[in-house]
Every structure is written in C-alpha cells, then in structure tokens.
Write a protein that binds this ligand. Structure first.
Ligand code: NAD
Length: 439
C-alpha cells in the first residue's frame, strides 16, 4: 500500500493529507497551542509504526495534519450579568473510514492530546476528531455550563452531525452535557440522538456504557494471557492504579472472574492484601465515602508504591506519564496493561521492552469505551435499545478480534504490541483512503 501511494504521490498529493491525519494526531495539539508531553509521546509511538511501514518522511508529516480545524468564540452571559467569552475548538482528522468521532473536553488548558487511531484499531467505522472549550467548569454554575454548551452546539453545528462528526464525553463532560448537546442540536436539525454518544441511558444512551472501558480491559487481559500462555484471569495477581470508572470496573470484573486484586490506589492513597481484596466490599466502602486506605480488608499502602507492588498484571488506570524510565526499572510484574491514556512514556517503554515486560497499549486496551459509544450510535440509528448482555457480548467480540489483529502483526513484523496497534490502524486508514480513490 505504501509503495502504491508513493508511485502516484503527485496525483494524490492533496488526498494524502486526508489520508493522514487519521484520528487525532498529536501534531494538532501543537497547532492548537497546547502541545503536551502526552501528545509528543503519542507522536513518538506513531512514528515508530510509520517507520515500520516504510512511509517516506513527507508522507509521515502529512499524516500528522488534520483535515479541518475549527476555532470559535462562545459569548455567554453569566448569572451575574457579566459577559464571558470562551474559546472552543474542534479538530477533525480523517474520515475515510466513516464519520469523525471523538471527545469533547472542558478544561482550562484545553489540549487536544488524547487523540489517536483508536477507532481504526477497534475496526469500528469512524474517523477521528477531538474538541474542547477552554474553561474551568468548576467555576461555572450549572446554568452557565448549560448555556455555554448550547452556544457551542450553535457555533459548530455545521461541521458535526450524525453522519458527519459525533462528539463524546471526555474530561469534565458527562452524560448531562451530552443530553444538552443532543437537545440543542435537535432544535436545529430535527430529532438526532446519534449526534453525540455518552448520553444518559434513559435518553438514548446505551446499557453497558458505564462499565465498557473496564470490561473491555478485562477482555483484553484475557486475550493477552491466552496468547502468552499465562493461563486464565483467575490465575493472576493484579495491581491497579486508579479506582475511578475504569479502575473500579476492571477490579470488579477481574475479581468476579476469580482473579486476585492484590493492590489498588487512587489519588489519596492505596490498599493492599496479598491474598486478594474483596472488591465488592471495597466498592461499597468507597461508595459510603470512606478512603481506600481505611478499608479493613487490607493494609494501607503508600499510593506511590502501587506501581512497584509485586503482581502478575499491573494496570495503570489513572493518569498519563506515570511509567517513566526510573519507574519502569522498578516495576514488579509480568505484563503492563494500559487502561489509562498514555501511562508509559517512550523512555519508560524502552526500559520495559529491555526487561522483557509485555505492554498491552492504551490505544487498544481502553478501546471498550469508544466501541460501546459506537454501539450507542448504532442503536440510535435503529431507534432500538439492545439488552446489556448483547452489548457486552458484542464488545467481547470486538476486543477479541482487535487483539487477534494486533497479535498477528506483532508476530509477523516482530514489533511490540504498541507498534503493532499503530500499524494496524495506519493500514486500515490507508486502505480505506486508497479504495475510496483520490478524485
Ligand atoms: P476517573 O476520574 O473516574 O478515575 C480516575 C482515578 O484515578 C480516580 O480513582 C483518581 O483518584 C485516580 N487518580 C488520579 N490521579 C491519581 C494519581 N496521581 N495516583 C493514583 N491515582 C490517581 O477516570 P476514568 O474514567 O476511570 O479514567 C481513567 C483513565 O482511563 C484516564 O487516563 C482516562 O483518560 C482513561 N480512559 C477512560 C475511559 C472511560 O470510558 N472512562 C475511556 C478511555 C480511556
């Protein structure tokens, strides 16, 4: 595929830009002023895959260029009568495989870093997009937040849509924000539940979405263990950094499968029990407003020690950049399963590789969320609600098939699973572009 593109490089020059961008590449973050180390790290990993595919430098650079960037100002009258202006962005990368899709973030330093070729890895028919508003939502009343969201919809309504670009929740944008988004858009374009995903279950959301990323992570681990001949989920000890949506669901499902979750942490502390924590009890304890470290079913642990806690499977499920080279030299597990976005830096990755520790990359591992978002969209198009078991079964199938694709590239090309994931995604995007043609 790469050589075909090269041969006709001249004719397809304009189209190459389209091809490229794929989903959300870090370069867009730079262009939008808020470059981040996570963006740079993603770029490093992406370049490694591009090198494997033998794309020339010009093509590689073009691959980092989004198809469209929109920047708007939202003028909102606040509760006290003052006028505030918020900057908002939407960046669309590549839609060769289907409508753009990606998160919408509300944050004081909106950076468009969390973007990648995830939908291509999961083989769901979307291209990538990302957007956000530069705002600290904690400083806004609910009414102000709603007004701002509705202004955003009005400002970007011409470039989004059920078959155009489908935003999804991200940092500080939840089901409530998605419900406002859907409502406002429908005022202009008619009933359109499929314009956003992550809506409340009672308002065209999907059953199974809340647990989807943690559940997908569990399916991913199961497939990896099988491929590595490491046995079953029940045979392993797990340590999990982060006990929010993803970490707590992964912990619960691994525990239900008979696995021993020996340590978990959150932003405030950690708890460990080498015989395995009772995750059901622990979740009830936390839901009652108690801290992890006060859980009577385990001993308190310094949260800094979670990543070095002895286990078979280490699951970072909190924040990015936590496994740099120093930490990578100390961690004490057989495999690292990246449920969080960007937990391992490129330097940390090298150390893990040298130590023979397998890394299941975030771009695949946490793809369960976007996959069930896709299922939500399909249900919206059908105007039909699937049973939760149906959602979970289909998610299992997607995660298993995606793993098989990664594993086969990993074996055939002799590259790490992370590189394999990017290779799979790049090949899918490239193939779709080529088959669509360039005129
Ligand atoms: P969340 O806010 O529900 O939970 C985050 C957890 O991490 C909390 O328990 C918090 O206390 C903990 N945490 C924060 N800083 C920490 C620190 N310094 N040390 C230890 N723990 C810390 O978030 P989430 O939805 O569970 O997302 C977790 C990660 O997974 C993020 O990287 C997110 O981008 C990624 N992710 C989430 C989804 C999803 O569907 N929720 C999908 C894809 C990727």
């Amino acid at each position: 595929m790469a050589s075909a593109l090269l041969l006709c490089g001249k004719q397809i020059g304009g189209a190459v830009g389209r091809l490229l961008a794929g989903e959300g590449l870090a370069a867009c973050a730079t262009q939008l002023r808020h470059a981040s180390s996570h963006a740079e790290n993603t770029n490093t990993f992406l370049r490694e895959a591009l090198n494997r595919l033998d794309y020339p430098e010009k093509l590689q650079n073009l691959l980092l260029t989004p198809r469209r960037e929109m920047s708007v100002e939202l003028v909102v009258q606040m509760d006290d009568g003052q006028i505030e202006v918020f900057n908002a962005y939407r960046v669309q990368h590549n839609n060769a495989r289907g409508p753009y899709k990606g998160g919408l973030r509300y944050h004081p330093q909106v950076d468009l870093d969390d973007v990648r070729r995830k939908t291509a890895v999961m083989d769901i028919p979307y291209g990538g997009a990302k957007g956000g508003v530069t705002v600290d939502p904690r400083k806004l009343s609910e009414r102000e937040l709603e007004k701002m969201t509705r202004k955003l919809v009005v400002a970007i309504k011409e470039i989004i849509g059920t078959y155009e670009d489908i935003p999804a929740p991200d940092m500080n944008t939840d089901a409530k924000v998605m419900a406002w988004f859907f409502d406002e858009y429908s005022k202009y374009k008619g009933f359109s539940p499929g314009v956003v995903t992550g809506k409340p279950v009672y308002l065209h959301g999907s059953l199974g979405r809340e647990a989807a990323t943690g559940r997908g992570t569990t399916f991913a681990i199961r497939e990896l263990l099988k491929a590595l001949h490491m046995g079953k989920l029940a045979d392993q000890k797990y340590a999990i950094q982060g006990f929010g949506n993803v970490g707590a669901w992964a912990a619960q499902l691994l525990w239900e499968a008979g696995g021993k979750v020996v340590a978990v942490s959150d932003v405030a502390g950690a708890v460990a029990n080498e015989h395995g924590l009772d995750i059901g009890e622990l979740r009830r304890h936390v839901a009652a407003g108690q801290t992890l470290s006060s859980f009577p079913g385990g001993g308190s642990l310094a949260k800094e020690d979670i990543l070095t806690f002895p286990c078979d499977v280490l699951i970072p499920a909190a924040i990015g950049g936590v496994i740099g080279p120093d930490m990578a030299a100390k961690i004490n597990c057989k495999v690292v399963v990246e449920a969080a976005n960007g937990p391992t830096t490129p330097e940390g990755d090298v150390v893990l590789r040298d130590r023979g520790i397998t890394v299941l990359p975030d771009i695949y591992t946490n793809g369960g969320g976007v996959t069930v978002s896709f299922f939500e969209w399909v249900q919206n198009l059908q105007n039909f609600k699937w049973e939760e078991e149906d959602v979970n079964r289909k998610l299992d199938r997607k995660m298993s098939d995606a793993f098989a694709a990664l594993w086969s590239v990993h074996r055939e090309m002799g590259v790490p699973l992370r590189t394999a994931a990017f290779v799979v995604a790049l090949q899918r995007v490239t193939r779709a572009e080529v088959h669509r043609g360039f005129d």
